[in-house]
Design a protein around this ligand. Structure first.
Ligand code: C2O
Ligand code: CU
Length: 474
């Protein structure tokens, strides 16, 4: 990864953290929150929405007077918010103007494996990739980010990530004015050197970097001006390893209305929210005129959530436009109930050995799953440190002790040290015996180091015809 043009501050060997790391001064949380621009092209005569993304190296003003070299989509940091509705046909053109190969994975999207943007869909520098699919899933906050095997943590850390919002007509009773009362909050932690560069190497330490500066939508020290009595926040943890344990400084309560896979079936009243890397949540927060409140992350004493940090200030105007009451019920998807006799697969996260004792091998298919199956996946964290677990393409639900689905639909789940989490997993309809999907720890350092495996979904009864080694090209 060295030798990338224009990334001097990121290359290894620029000196140790201790010498060059610049500790953050106290924050006043006053910089207007950046809202990623919306990319929502009109359908063309053939009914297809066409999106263009270009990945390149740029300069960002994270600190005053000290431009930071960053990577972004269509801009120098992060990417535009893509938006499409259920039923839309989408066609992407992703150009790679980076100095090295990358990929773009649609995290949370239900789509054929060849369009998924995992490590096999490599986009060499100077080339483009043109996946197409039909959006067919409930309203949700999904996201996109690179997934080149072994380099995902670097590419995401430098800034490559964006949101992809999916709408469904059901959404109607919730705030939907993007940037006004429907606000994305992309949470990331960074370390900066005294020259204002992203500090060193996210591959250091047991988790990679846990930064001491929080960026929200790429804004350091941010503030959001509230203009309505209720705001919908779409939270994404796009950090490499940090877990957020979110709460407002005045401990005001809010409504959780959605998780990774879409809306819940009813709002949940709470005053804290946990998000591990890759997870999303949607919440409704009420404001009174003149409110001035900070959203923080609180220390939970966990290895991937270190310290209390301020994230963003909300300042409410003296006059707020009224917003509708939170609905008593929400149109989220029905619970995923595993059928009697559902197939159970067991996965042990075993530190340096990867999953089930084997580190990721691009040429090995680990699991073969029938299309449209509902299975129980048991994820056992046999280590003394935190991990989480993400499965591409699927929706799953956590099962409680009695085996009943609990919470909302998800695609990423926290797996604390020395625990087992049981999931009811619904697989998609996409039959492809060759191109695999990934499952992995979403602490990006761990994913890069091999805590990842591959599965294909195939027509039931054709298992015998599936090659157990990767037969694809690329
Ligand atoms: Cu968000 Cu396999 O990734
Ligand atoms: Cu992990």
């Amino acid at each position: 990864l060295s030798g990338a043009a224009g990334t001097a501050g990121l290359a290894a060997g620029c000196g140790s953290d201790a010498e060059h790391h610049l500790a953050p001064p106290p924050l006043d949380l006053s910089t207007p929150l950046r809202i990623p621009p919306l990319l929502h092209p009109a359908p063309e005569p053939d009914g297809v929405r066409r999106y263009e993304l270009i990945m390149f190296v740029g300069q960002s003003a994270l600190l005053p007077g000290k431009p930071t070299t960053t990577w972004g989509f269509n801009g120098s940091y992060l990417g535009p918010t893509l938006r499409a509705s259920r039923g839309d046909k989408v066609a992407m053109t992703v150009r790679n103007a980076l100095p090295e190969a990358s990929t773009v994975h649609w995290h949370g999207m239900r789509l054929p494996a060849a369009m998924d943007g995992g490590p096999h869909q490599l986009i060499p520098a100077g080339t483009r990739w043109t996946p197409t699919w039909t959006v067919d899933q409930p309203a949700a906050t999904t996201w996109y980010h690179p997934h080149p095997h072994g380099a995902t943590s670097q590419h995401v850390y430098r800034g490559l990530a964006g949101l992809f919002l999916i709408d469904d007509d059901q959404d109607a009773e919730l705030p939907t004015a993007y940037g006004t009362d429907d606000i994305p909050l992309i949470l990331q932690d960074k370390k900066l050197t005294d020259r204002g560069q992203l500090d060193g190497d996210p591959l250091k330490g047991p988790f990679g970097i846990l930064g001491d500066r929080i960026l929200v939508n790429g804004t350091y020290n941010p503030c959001f001006a509230v203009t309505t009595t209720r705001v919908r926040l779409r939270l994404l943890n796009a950090s490499n390893a940090r877990m957020y344990h979110l709460a407002f400084t005045d401990r005001r309560r809010f409504h959780l209305i959605g998780t990774d896979g879409g809306l819940l079936t009813a709002p949940v009243d709470t005053d804290t929210l946990d998000l591990t890397p890759g997870e999303r949540a949607e919440i409704l927060v009420e404001f009174a005129p003149g409110d001035n409140v900070v959203l923080r992350t609180l220390d939970r004493g966990l290895d991937i959530a270190t310290g209390d940090l301020d994230l963003i200030r909300f300042v409410a105007a003296a006059d707020l436009r009224p917003a509708p009451e939170p609905p008593a019920i929400l149109p989220g998807p029905a619970p995923i109930v595993p059928p009697d006799g559902a197939r159970v697969r067991h996965f042990t996260l075993s530190g340096r050995d990867g999953i089930n004792g084997r580190p990721m091998d691009m040429s090995r298919i680990d699991e073969v799953v029938p299309v449209n199956a509902v299975e129980i996946w048991e994820i056992e964290n046999s280590t003394d440190t935190s991990h989480n677990f993400h499965i591409h393409e699927v929706a799953f639900q956590v099962l409680d002790a009695a085996g009943r689905p609990t919470g909302g639909h998800k695609d990423t789940v926290f797996t604390p040290a020395r625990t087992t989490v049981r999931l009811a997993v619904r697989f998609g309809p996409f039959d492809d015996p060759v191109e695999p999907y990934m499952y992995h720890c979403h602490l990006l350092r761990h994913e890069d180091a091999g805590m990842m495996g591959q599965f294909v979904t195939i027509t039931p009864g054709t298992e015998h015809a599936v090659p157990r080694s990767y037969a694809g090209v690329g």
